[in-house]
Structure formats: C-alpha cells, structure tokens
Design a protein around this ligand. Structure first.
Ligand code: DMJ
Length: 472
C-alpha cells in the first residue's frame, strides 16, 4: 500500500488523489454531457435516467457541495452559474419524489448552507413546493412518482398492491425540516411529521417495518423487510433526524433504537466463518443475502452508538465494525476488489455473489461511507487502508479516458463497463473518500449530518439561530 505512510508527498496524499479523481469525473462530465443528468464515459455523451423526468443537470446539483468542500473554486463557480441560468423546474415531468429530494433538494440545501449563496436557497424552496402535491393521498403518505406540472401522483406499478416504499417516503424528513427552517413555512415539516404519525399508529410485525405501505388504506403491503434497497435510508433518517435536531427529537430517537433492537433480534446473523451480516426478512423467513446498499448500516450503527440505550454504546460501535469487516470481505473476495451489488451467505458461500445479475458494481458509495464513519469514530487505521484499496481498484478498473464507469462483473478479470458515471459517484463516493483522508474538523459531526446522498445539512442547534452556516 502506498497510502498512509506517504502523507508528505502530495501526489500520494490520498485526499489529494480523491480530489484528482473528482477533477477527472467533473472535467469529462463538463466536456461531454454538460447540463445533462449524467455522463456516459465510454460513449462520451449524456445519459438520462427517467428518475428525474426532464429536470436536467443532476450531476451538477449533486456535485456542488463536493466541489465546494474540495475547494475547486472555478468549477463551483461554473456550476453555480449553470444553476442560476438553467436549472428549471417549470417542466412537464414525472419524477421520482425520493430521488429528486435526496439529490436536487439535498444538493441545493447543502450548497446554500456551505456557500451562503441565495440562489440555492431559492431553488431548493421552489422545488420543495413542487413536491408538495405528492402528499395529496388519503393518509398523507406520499406517492413515489409525481408529475410536477399537473401535480398528479402515482406509485411504482411493481410495488405490492399500489404501495408506497418505506425508503422513499421515509427519506424526506431531513430536507423537509430544513425547507421549513429556510422558508418560514411550516408545511414541509408538517408533511413529514405526519408520516411518522401514520407509522406509529400501525402494528409492526415483530417490531419490524415492512418495505411497503399503501397510501390509500394506510395498511402494510407485503411483509418484506430490508435494511438494504427499499428500506435502508428510512432507518438512517430516524437517527439523523434526532441528531439534526440537536438531540431534541425524542420520537425519532425512540423509533430508531427500537427499530435497531428488532433488526438485531430478527435480521442480524453470524456466518459459520464468523462474518456478521444483515439478512432480509420475507414474512418471517430469512433470505441470507446482503446488498451493497445495506453496507451503509455499519456507519449508521457507529454514528448512533453514542446515544444507544442500556449502556450499549460499545456494542453498537462493535456492530458497525463487524458490518464494515463483512463489507470489506465482499470487496476482497472479488477479482477486482470492488464489491458486488449483493452477496450471499448460503449454499456454502460467504460474502460472495452467486447470481450473475448480482455481480455488478455501479460506483456505489456505501462501503466507503461506512469506512469514513468508522475512521472518524474509532481512528483505527485499517479503515483508511481499506479506503485506499478501493481507490486503487476504482483507478484500475473504473477509470476510463472519458470519466468513471460501473462494472458488469467484478469477479471477471476483464472489465466490461456499463458506461454510466452515476451522479452519486461525485456527490457521495468521492466526497466520502476525501473526508476519510481529511482531518475530523472538516464538516465535524457535532455540527453536520449527511443526507442519504452525502449532502451535509447543519444541525439545528437549540440555542443558536443561524450560526450553523459558519461551522464548516
Ligand atoms: C444514492 O442515491 C443514495 O445513497 C441512496 O440512499 C441509495 N442509492 C444511491 C447510492 O448507492
């Protein structure tokens, strides 16, 4: 490893390397896909995902705060000018409420809090207002999809009996609380507090939250429970809502620690080889599979350790460390040293993908995110070493002339690129790498929480109106 012993030489300073990676990703996006949502780094053209309808510029808005934090001043300036002149929400577009919230609202809010530039606040509130009709359902549980011109919403056709998805309607809280804070309009916070009310009225099977909830009847759909896809950031936002409220949101705190207790009892298992993993639960039966997305939970457990009830602080840190180790194994057991989309603990394997359609890596951040939290909270140098291994693998297999690409099969020795540079690579993967290799006083946890797309939002300190804007 060249990491960590070589900090004096700028070229081998890992934070500087992450910055150079950001530059490569950004420059190529700018060259080939400027103003479009994402870059296709092999075919060197724009990529549009239907998650954003025809709202444009996802990579620009997602990258704003990373550019700012890395002090890429010229790039931040050109991104800001694009937002001022071109970011337009007056379009006839059916969008994913969740994706637009975490990437666009979250990105604009962070850019505002970091830079103090009014344009970002204005655009965030304008977009928040466009999202409000999604809550026009009998229960107030929002639709997954919304046409932001007509205000008509609906759910994903594949979601259990017309249900909304836990990880989608449960991942609006942080941004909507800040929208109320910045606009003076309580409606945003009221909408997300009502989601909690609905959830707290319902019986939960074994204390677990199913991934599907029908917004018309207010009843659960299929009893599938996951800390990965469809469930993940709901749990993250319970904890972070409490932290962001300067630990005054007792309801969020209770919901989080109760949920973790149920997850430990019913979903967390240890393999015969000694790896701790989080399984999925289907109507009482366990599927011994863990998604790459689930790996964020290592960082979440460690972040929540401090407030854990019954002297369980050490236990939650240990749980975080064990999940980090398992997720590192999922990387280490591939040819490319990059983790698969999902890995299994059955049929004689541990932490390995067995199905062809689970062997891809799309530049996701969750494992590096967990390394960053574990590093900050324990200072065990192995987390920086593991982060550096990921840098080396990204450079070797994902970096191409035109940017960074995902990989179709991480167990193969030859790269088959998927030709997409996801916007979350710039907002999350590269930001978490940079933070992993920076000092702890860059965005300190006492003053900032990260939304699920790694956009930092200030803690709303009880005794301190707006001072948070100066605490980066
Ligand atoms: C991101 O958009 C967010 O991290 C979300 O919570 C999950 N999926 C991607 C990254 O994998």
């Amino acid at each position: 490893l060249i990491c960590c012993g070589f900090l004096l030489n700028q070229h081998y300073n890992p934070a500087f390397v992450s910055l150079q990676m950001m530059k490569h990703a950004w420059d190529n996006y700018k060259r080939y896909a400027w103003g479009l949502n994402e870059l296709k780094p092999i075919s060197k053209q724009g990529h549009s995902s239907n998650l954003f309808g025809n709202i444009q510029g996802a990579t620009i808005v997602d990258a704003l705060d990373t550019l700012y934090i890395m002090e890429m001043k010229e790039e931040f300036k050109e991104a800001k000018e694009w937002v001022e002149k071109n970011l337009d929400f007056n379009v006839n577009a059916e969008i994913s409420v969740f994706e637009v919230n975490i990437r666009f609202v979250g990105g604009l809010l962070s850019a505002y809090y970091l830079s103090g530039e009014e344009v970002f606040r204005k655009k965030a509130v304008e977009l928040g207002e466009k999202l409000l009709p999604a809550f026009n359902t009998p229960t107030g549980i929002p639709w997954a999809l919304l046409n932001i011109k007509s205000g008509i919403g609906r759910n994903w056709p594949w979601a259990s009996g017309g249900s909304s998805i836990l990880a989608e309607f449960g991942t609006l809280h942080l941004e909507f609380v800040h929208l109320s804070h910045l606009s003076g309009n309580p409606v945003f916070a009221e909408k997300v507090m009502n989601i909690r009310k609905v959830l707290n009225r319902l019986d939960k099977p074994e204390g677990l939250y199913p991934n599907y909830l029908n917004p018309s009847s207010g009843q659960w759909g299929q009893h599938h429970v996951s800390i990965g896809g469809l469930g993940d950031s709901f749990y993250e936002y319970l904890l972070k809502a409490w932290l962001m409220s300067d630990k005054t949101d007792e309801e969020g705190k209770k919901m989080y620690y109760d949920a973790v207790q149920a997850i430990e009892t019913h979903l967390i298992r240890k393999s015969s080889g000694g790896l701790t993993y989080i399984a999925e639960w289907k109507g009482g039966l366990l599927e011994h599979k863990m998604g790459h997305l689930t790996c964020f939970a290592g960082g979440m457990f460690a972040l929540g350790a401090d407030g854990a009830p019954n002297d369980k602080t050490g236990h939650h840190i240990e749980l975080g460390a064990e999940i980090a180790r398992t997720c590192h194994e999922s990387y280490d057991r591939t040819s490319m040293k990059l983790g698969p989309e999902a890995f299994r603990f059955d049929g004689g394997v541990e932490a390995i993908a067995t199905r062809q359609n689970e062997k891809y890596y799309i530049l996701r951040p969750e494992v590096i995110e967990t390394y960053m939290y574990m590093w900050r909270l324990t200072h065990d140098p192995k987390y920086r070493q593991w982060g550096w291994e990921a840098v080396e693998a990204l450079e070797k297999h994902c970096r191409v002339d035109g940017g960074y690409s995902g990989i179709r099969d991480v167990y193969n020795n030859h790269e088959s690129h998927d030709d997409v540079q996801q916007s979350f690579f710039l907002s999350e993967t590269l930001k978490y790498l940079y933070l992993l290799f920076s000092e702890d006083d860059l965005l300190p946890f006492e003053h900032w929480v990260f939304n699920t797309e790694a956009h930092p939002l200030p803690v709303l300190h009880k005794d301190n109106g707006n001072k948070e804007e100066n605490q980066k």
